[in-house]
Design a protein around this ligand. Structure first.
Ligand code: PLP
Length: 365
């Protein structure tokens, strides 16, 4: 029997036998025995207790971070991309294309190249974090920067996919959401039930839609006996879902959610209403406070956009029910954006003369 892997290697034993999210959640995913599984063993990311944040809320509330920055390319986009690229390969696609604020391009590039396909990525010039750009280049994607924002880039790749032999792997590709919903499964597999609230950054609104799909499917399968309130947070300068109208010049330091016209707008509204959840905006200052708090008090380095979930939770903390269990999704790894880390850290390097006394003094001894 040939293995389901695209290579001829038999899967090797991983710690706790993890074979990637397609193998783990196969009955819940639109794959068949003949789908070529393109995987980097993504998923199975830790659900980390964040006691300093729990303490700021008090009243017996327990907060966890779903740290999806520990995926193979450093963001949750890998969950969608293992599915999208496997299905593209199954369909005989010649190449894939995406518009990206950075993480989608890194994931698309990695998975497409692993599947032996060319990847084309279209990015807004000057607004992609350094680490993400570095990844797309080294993985071997064709990177095309346009003058314009993410929304303009998405318009272009949508037309490209209609007119040329390339498959679109943005979150308008339904397989992306199928893969991404597995993060909700993992949370329930760990907690034994759904949380009371799920706090999540929202850009194009694919991920919030996918999580809700996952929570609903597991609820239906009796793996949980409740559904969470979906609490979506946008950056104040890019918050069309809060203002109710597209933002033509989205502006925020959280470049991964610098999106003015979310592709999954209607789905996001449906999720909010069905879950009795809320959308709220957080300012860049609030995002940066949460970003520094996560790193310095919890030891978790996420990218600025990811910190919007924690910033949002802290903003509405007075409304958190007593003893609630809350999961904040940390969508991407802090190493993606070293420029922001250095620029917005209060802590800075002290340069001193190289002698014992001076160094000890600089340490406060
Ligand atoms: C893509 C991304 C988001 C936004 O997810 P959507 O599905 O577009 O709402 C948030 N944070 C990070 C780090 C991302 O890469």
């Amino acid at each position: 029997m040939p293995s389901a892997n695209t290579s001829n290697h038999q899967p090797v034993n991983q710690a706790n036998n993890w074979q990637g999210l397609i193998e783990t959640y196969r009955p819940y995913l639109p794959v068949s025995a003949t789908t070529p599984v393109v995987t980097l063993l993504e998923g199975n990311t830790p659900l980390i207790p964040v006691p300093a944040i729990s303490e700021q809320i008090g009243r017996g509330v327990k907060v966890y971070a779903k740290y999806d920055g520990l995926n193979p390319t450093g963001s949750f986009k890998d969950r969608g991309m293992t599915m999208a690229i496997s299905k593209a390969k199954e369909a005989g696609a010649e190449a894939v294309v995406c518009a990206s604020t950075g993480n989608t391009s890194a994931a698309a590039a990695a998975y497409a190249r692993r599947a032996g396909m060319p990847a084309f990525v279209v990015i807004p010039d000057g607004y992609v974090a350094l680490g993400k750009l570095a990844q797309a280049l080294l993985y071997g994607a064709e990177v095309i920067a346009i003058e314009g924002n993410f929304d303009d880039a998405l318009d272009i790749v949508r037309s490209l996919a209609k007119n040329y032999p390339v498959t679109l792997v943005n979150s308008v590709n339904p397989y992306r959401l199928e893969g991404q919903k597995t993060a909700a499964f993992e949370i329930i597999d760990v907690l034994g039930n759904a949380p009371d609230w799920l706090c999540i950054p929202v850009g194009n609104a694919g991920n919030i839609t996918a999580y809700w799909m996952g929570f609903c499917e597991y609820h239906q399968a009796k793996k949980s006996d409740r559904l969470p309130k979906m609490m979506g947070f946008q950056a104040a300068g890019a918050s069309p879902l809060i203002s109710g109208k597209p933002v033509s010049q989205p502006d925020t330091i959280a470049t991964a959610i610098r999106i003015g016209n979310p592709a999954n707008w209607q789905k996001a509204i449906a999720v909010r209403d069905a879950s009795k959840g809320e959308f709220n905006a957080v300012t860049d200052d609030e995002i940066l406070d949460a970003y520094r708090l996560l790193a310095s008090a919890e030891g978790i380095f996420c990218e600025p956009a990811s910190a919007a979930s924690v910033a949002g939770l802290l903003k509405v903390k007075d409304r958190v029910p007593q003893n609630a269990t809350i999961v904040c999704v940390l969508t991407g790894n802090g190493l993606k954006d070293p420029t922001s880390a250095i620029e917005y850290s209060v802590n800075q390097v002290k340069t001193v003369k190289h002698d014992l006394e001076t160094v000890a003094k600089a340490m406060g001894f």
